[in-house]
Design a protein around this ligand. Structure first.
Ligand code: UN1
Length: 504
């Protein structure tokens, strides 16, 4: 029995689900293709405006009940969601591989990331703490408390079709919110499977519809969702172009956004780096997930003292990377998501060469079914225009530096600001990288690559990455509304700032 049969995804499925299950009936049918070999693995009938309306209404109705439930009880529901994900980890992980082409351990890792989020959220549900302040007025108590926000729209990209939803949705659930998920049209089956597993848990608690799913065209349902006045928060992961639009629309109605957009992440390999460590980290960061993570390493700056031998070793490693079927044991590089991604890869390589780049490894698509390209290493000046772009493919641009200040400046010179790393055994170099004049990114690592962050920290970045923070730390605050409370337990009414306003 295939994973699609086990997860009951073999028939045509609906791209809209709220209370009472799935209901898109009139939209066009999307054919879902596996990037592994280009074969059809499913069909999804897309949601239309009327379907979205039902999903929003169901979510709004479920929110009315849910918001009064104590947060630790909401945490118990999230714990049960974590259990369901655990029980189906193998199937969901394999589905992720089949649908978006991740190697098996990364497909499983993705589901593990969602499970980790559930575990974290169970504890967090008892820790949604507000501060207490000392009032300047006698007999007054001043505190802050956090209430649920309402309906949270979660827009996700194809590359983390389960985990990024969990970063948002599970935190939103403990916060007491309803969630409407609009996944990428490139990964609808993982969304349907994940949604249905969670819906079973919610239905058992009489909370059907609290997690809505809407799979449809951006122009039809995406646009309506971000414009909807009943949605106070839109959390969106994807390109800077998409984020700019979401920000303008949602900002225009003075609602909130949480944006996790493009990255253009660099690793610095300093003169005193542990080169074995750096080599493995650069390979995983640049080539893992076929270069399709927002945290992928796209730029490498190596100190001149170690550049020759390090780049040679890297070229050697690139030449032996096993590329192919991601579900096959031993494969480290799977396919890109689709033919469009391969075309973008080829265009970027051509531009890099035109801008003076020397291809040290890869540079070509592979002649086989599916959407495979060879991991590519290009020696190119740090300030060549193409280096400023995020191409969602395994292309790593390499340049050589003489002093750390310049390398840090190169790291910071791009428009994006997500993740960054330095490899060094020097406390001075590491601290310079982490200092206020160091990396300008949301993530700054020492002797760890740019990708593969744990969920306990807040994930997100600065500049065109969008400024949002998701997953751990105090990211939950974005999904709640803060209320400052001052209680006067005296029989007088002193005014703050010494203002006098005596009436009568
Ligand atoms: C993304 O690519 O959108 O840090 C998320 C990482 C993963 C998440 C990446 N935990 O690489």
């Amino acid at each position: 029995m295939s994973v699609l049969e086990r997860l009951d995804l073999v028939r045509e499925r609906s791209g809209a689900a709220g209370k009472g299950g799935a209901f898109a009936t009139t939209g066009r049918v999307l054919t879902v293709v596996s990037p592994i070999d280009g074969s059809t693995i499913g069909r999804v009938r897309l949601a239309e405006a009327a379907d979205l309306e039902r999903v929003v209404r169901d979510a709004a109705a479920a929110f009315e009940t849910f918001r009064t439930m104590p947060a630790p009880r909401r945490g118990e529901i999230v714990r049960q969601i974590g259990e369901v994900l655990r029980a189906h980890k193998d199937d969901l992980g394999e589905l992720v591989s089949l649908e978006v082409g991740k190697i098996r351990s990364e497909g499983l890792g993705e589901v593990q990331e969602a499970i980790d989020m559930a575990d974290l959220c169970v504890g967090m549900s008892r820790q949604l703490c507000g501060l207490s302040m000392h009032s300047e007025r006698p007999g007054h108590r001043m505190t802050e408390q956090w209430h649920p926000l309402g309906i949270v729209a979660v827009i996700t990209a194809f590359n983390f079709p389960c985990a990024v939803w969990a970063w948002n949705a599970l935190v939103a659930l403990i916060a007491g919110d309803a969630v409407i998920w609009k996944p990428s049209l490139k990964a609808p089956l993982t969304a349907i499977a994940t949604h249905e597993l969670c819906e079973r848990v919610l239905a058992a608690h009489g909370l059907s519809g609290l997690l809505g799913l809407v799979i449809g065209d951006d122009a039809v349902v995406g646009e309506a969702l971000i414009r909807d006045e009943r949605v106070p928060l839109v959390s969106a992961t994807g390109s800077c172009r998409m984020g700019r639009h979401v920000n303008a629309v949602v900002g225009g109605r003075l609602a909130r956004t949480l944006l996790e957009l493009g990255g253009n992440n660099a690793i610095l390999v300093h003169r005193d780096a542990d080169l074995d460590l750096a080599l493995r980290a650069v390979c995983f960061g640049a080539v893992g997930t076929a270069g399709q993570r927002c945290t992928t390493t796209r730029r490498l700056f190596v100190h001149r003292d170690v550049a020759g031998p390090f780049i040679d070793r890297l070229v050697g490693a690139y030449r032996t990377l096993p590329i192919g079927d991601p579900l096959q044991e031993g494969t480290l590089v799977g396919p890109l998501i689709d033919a469009g991604a391969v075309a973008q890869f080829e265009a970027a390589v051509a531009k890099a060469v035109a801008q003076g780049g020397a291809v040290l490894a890869g540079g070509k698509r592979l002649d086989r079914p599916g959407f495979y390209v060879a991991p590519t290493l290009i020696r190119l000046r740090h300030d060549a225009p193409i280096v400023a772009d995020e191409t969602f493919a395994p292309i790593l641009y390499v340049d050589v530096y003489d002093d750390l200040d310049s390398a840090i400046a190169w790291q910071n010179e791009v428009r994006q600001g997500l993740s960054s790393a330095i490899f060094t055994d020097s406390v001075r170099a590491a601290e310079a990288f982490l200092s206020v004049r160091g990396s300008d990114c949301g993530i700054a690592n020492v002797n760890i690559g740019t990708s593969g962050a744990e969920i306990g920290g807040a994930i997100g970045g600065e500049k065109e990455t969008g400024g949002g923070r998701e997953a751990g730390s105090d990211s939950w605050k974005a999904y709640m509304r803060r209320q400052t409370v001052t209680v006067n337990y005296t029989s007088s009414l002193p005014l703050a700032q010494g203002v006098r306003f005596d009436v009568g």
